[in-house]
Design a protein around this ligand. Structure first.
Ligand SMILES: [Zn+2]
Length: 450
């Protein structure tokens, strides 16, 4: 009896062992495609914007880092200093110029989104023209594909200078993608595993959530003093260990591929003068710590970091805020804290420059009744001598807690060309001030229509 039990147990074990031996090994699961991994992802608006980051990118590549670039448009609205090709044809040319310029730096992973070049200064116009949701979907996808530790992009702010709304929009999309790419619920179809990648018609893009670690900004403001000390800066006259010329010269050589954009104002001397300046960055944020002015790659963890959900909040207007700047200024007032970028609110006092050569200026304001009863609010401007305005002082009837956007159109005298002027706007109700706004205006043409 005893030996029968022993034999039965042995037989069962042998059967199980045989069945176990017949289970095949699962094939290895493919890792993310390493050919597209980037340490640094540059997100800009137009071909040639990438040159603002090129001296740093060339330096990082000497350290064995990899870079990739996203252009949100093909630069289809610009002038052409080579031939007659315009609009979509110019975009087709500039795409190739942009690819050649990046190839000269050794960067081959370059993507162009479908945004149309939208010359102006209001970031919301560009986001509207590009299709904000579609563009963000694309940027998040490329962040997940390239898995960068660091994103370099345009400053999301309204400045006096070129202040191109497309530049600002690229910075907005990059910032939003920084916060979304690590969230598996943001564009979840991108991170769904395909059912069988070796067959056709798969759904699920097979990417993985990815949390970038640091984001830095550069600016097209005409004045640079506010950038100093707000982030790292890099000399451009240092010599590349791989190419034995300066990083400025490497950038110059790459830039010359953007030939359709190099007009007479971009003489060799002008470009080299621009490139002789140190390249300054503004620290955006980091999920791995590090100092404001420390190296861009300081504290970066090559193995990646877990999703770092943003804890942002919306600003809420309180008493005394019965008058605020509207339009793009109102957008940024909410955008920065929402993305843990509160310090950007302190970077610059509100400033602007003229919209066109006739020195006109659009000033969007928001009148707000913060009280619980109806109010008559009087809006008055205090303008420098010689300025004119439309519609001029007015009384607005506001219901309890009502907000109302108001657009003022100002014209500066030509005699003040080249100067900075201070514009003040005051709101009064029942003989008391309910809010005041100050805007500094540089009486020069910004470079793109307002
Ligand atoms: Zn540009």
């Amino acid at each position: 009896m005893k030996s029968f039990v022993v034999h039965s147990v042995l037989a069962a074990l042998l059967l199980i062992g045989a069945a176990w031996a017949q289970v095949p090994q699962a094939p290895p699961y493919p890792a993310p495609d390493d050919r597209y991994k980037a340490d640094i992802l540059v997100i800009v608006a137009h071909p040639d914007d990438d040159m603002a980051a090129a001296p740093y990118v060339a330096r990082a590549m000497d350290q064995g880092k990899r870079a990739a670039v996203i252009f949100c448009t093909r630069g289809n609205s610009g002038s052409n200093y080579v031939g007659n090709e315009q609009a979509a044809s110019l975009g087709a040319i500039r795409e190739v110029e942009g690819r050649r310029a990046e190839a000269a730096l050794g960067v081959y992973n370059v993507w162009f989104l479908n945004g149309s070049d939208t010359p102006g200064q209001d970031v919301l116009h560009s986001l509207e023209a590009w299709g904000h949701g579609t563009a963000l979907d694309q940027v998040v996808r490329l962040v997940r594909l390239t898995r960068p530790e660091v994103i370099l992009t345009w400053l999301p702010d309204y400045v006096a200078g070129e202040n191109h709304d497309d530049h600002q929009a690229a910075g907005v999309l990059a910032t939003e993608a920084f916060d979304l790419a690590g969230d598996s619920l943001a564009f979840p179809e991108q991170v769904e595993a395909p059912r069988d990648r070796l067959h056709i018609s798969n759904y699920g893009e097979g990417l993985h959530p990815w949390q970038p670690q640091k984001i830095y900004y550069f600016t097209d403001a005409s004045h640079e003093e506010f950038v100093q000390g707000k982030g790292p800066e890099y000399r451009t006259d240092e010599i590349s260990s791989s190419q034995h010329i300066s990083y400025g010269q490497i950038t110059y050589n790459a830039w010359m591929h953007d030939k359709s954009q190099i007009g007479p104002e971009f003489s060799e001397a002008t470009v080299k003068e621009y490139l002789a300046r140190p390249m300054r960055y503004i620290f955006g944020k980091s999920v791995v710590g590090g100092s404001t002015t420390g190296d861009i790659l300081e504290n970066v963890k090559p193995e990646g970091v877990p999703w770092a959900p943003v804890v942002g909040h919306h600003a809420v207007a309180g008493p005394g805020e019965g008058l605020q700047l509207g339009g793009p200024w109102a957008f940024y007032r909410d955008f920065w804290p929402q993305h843990n970028l509160d310090h950007l609110a302190k970077l610059l006092a509100p400033e602007t420059a003229m919209g066109t050569a006739d020195f006109h200026l659009w000033v969007p304001l928001i009148l707000r009744n913060t009280s619980g009863s109806a109010e008559q609010v009087t809006l008055r401007s205090a303008l420098p001598t010689g300025w004119t305005e439309a519609p001029g002082p007015m009384v607005y009837n506001l219901a309890a807690h009502e907000s109302r956007p108001v657009s003022l159109f100002l014209v500066a005298p030509q005699s003040q060309k080249g100067s900075w002027q201070t514009l003040t706007f005051n709101a009064e109700a029942g003989g008391r001030s309910v809010g005041a706004v100050t805007l500094k205006a540089n009486v020069v043409f910004n470079g793109v229509p307002q």
